[in-house]
Write a protein that binds this ligand. Structure first.
Ligand code: ADP
Ligand code: MG
Length: 248
C-alpha cells in the first residue's frame, strides 16, 4: 500500500517554466518559417529538393501549431469572478459525465455539507477543473467503480486555520496511482494513457492557483484516489495575482 500527498504549488511553476520555454522557441521558429517562405517565393528550388523542402515546411508548421496550442492552454483568458454555489458547480459537471458513468456502470455518490459557503470564482474555469477531475476518475476505473464527490467547509492547508475555504473531494475506487508517478501528475503533458494529452491536471492546478487555492492528491494502491480542491471563501491577495506578466 502506498500513500502520498502532493501539493500543486511548486508544480504549477513547472507550467510557467514550460510556457517560458515555449515562448523562447516560438520566436526563432517564426522567423525560420518566414525565412523559408520567402526563399520559396524568391528562388526556384530544384525539383529534386522540392519534396524535402515541403516536408521541412510542414514540420515547422506542426511545431508552431503545437507551441501555440500549449500557450493557449498556459495563458487562459482572464477569469470572470462571481459568487458560486459549489453544489451547482458539481451538479453541472455530474450532468456532463452522467452518460459515460452509466455506460461503464459507475456508481455516483454526492455528499454536500449543509453549511457550505459560496465561493468567489470563474464558473467556467472551475467547472472545467472539476470536470477534468471527474473524467480522470472515470478513466481510472473503466468498469463498476464508485465516484464520490463531496464538499465541506475547511481551511487552506498550511495557513493555521486563518484561511477558511471550501474543500471539494473527488474520489474514485480505481487501483490507485503508483508512487513513482504521483509527483509528476501535475506536470504539463504527463500522461500514462495511450491517447492522453496530459494537460487535464495542469489545467486543474493552474485554475485552482488562480483562485488562491490548492489541490492535493492522496492515493492508496488497490483502494483508490482522492483529489482535494481547496478554494478560499474569503478573497485574499491571491485572487487577481495573475496578469503580473503580460504577453509580449
Ligand atoms: P490525461 O488524463 O490526459 O492523461 P491528466 O493531466 O488529466 O492527463 O492526468 C495525468 C495522469 O495522472 C493520468 O494519465 C493518470 O496517470 C494520472 N491520474 C489522474 N487522475 C487519476 C485518477 N483519478 N486515478 C488514477 N490516476 C490518475
Ligand atoms: Mg485527464
Amino acid at each position: 500500500t502506498q500513500q502520498a500527498a502532493v501539493r500543486s504549488q511548486q508544480l504549477a511553476s513547472l507550467g510557467q517554466l514550460a510556457s517560458g520555454v515555449a515562448h523562447e522557441i516560438r520566436t526563432p521558429l517564426t522567423s525560420l518559417k518566414l525565412f523559408l517562405e520567402s526563399i520559396e517565393n524568391e528562388i526556384t528550388i530544384s525539383p529534386e529538393y522540392e519534396e524535402d523542402f515541403q516536408v521541412a515546411m510542414n514540420q515547422i508548421r506542426r511545431m508552431e501549431a503545437t507551441i501555440n496550442r500549449f500557450l493557449d492552454f498556459a495563458r487562459p483568458r482572464e477569469p470572470v469572478y462571481s459568487w458560486l454555489e459549489v453544489g451547482d458547480l458539481l451538479e453541472d459537471a455530474l450532468l456532463i459525465i452522467g452518460p459515460r458513468a452509466r455506460l461503464q456502470e459507475t456508481t455516483i455518490r454526492k455528499s454536500l455539507s449543509p453549511s457550505l459557503p459560496k465561493i468567489k470564482g470563474d464558473r467556467k474555469q472551475l467547472g472545467e477543473a472539476l470536470l477534468n477531475l471527474m473524467v480522470n476518475a472515470l478513466e481510472a476505473m473503466p468498469q463498476r467503480g464508485r465516484l464520490t464527490v463531496a464538499a465541506h467547509p475547511g481551511e487552506l492547508p498550511g495557513t493555521d486555520g486563518s484561511r477558511p475555504c471550501v474543500v471539494i473531494d473527488i474520489s474514485d475506487t480505481s487501483p490507485g496511482i503508483q508512487g513513482e508517478n504521483i509527483g509528476r501528475l501535475f506536470e504539463p503533458f504527463f500522461t500514462t494513457k495511450a491517447t492522453g494529452a496530459g494537460l487535464g491536471l495542469s489545467i486543474v492546478s493552474s485554475t485552482v492557483q488562480r483562485h488562491g487555492g490548492e489541490v492535493m492528491v492522496r492515493s492508496v494502491v488497490g483502494r483508490g484516489t482522492t483529489f482535494s480542491v481547496f478554494i478560499p471563501t474569503e478573497a485574499e491577495p491571491a485572487i487577481g495575482k495573475n496578469g503580473k506578466h503580460t504577453d509580449s
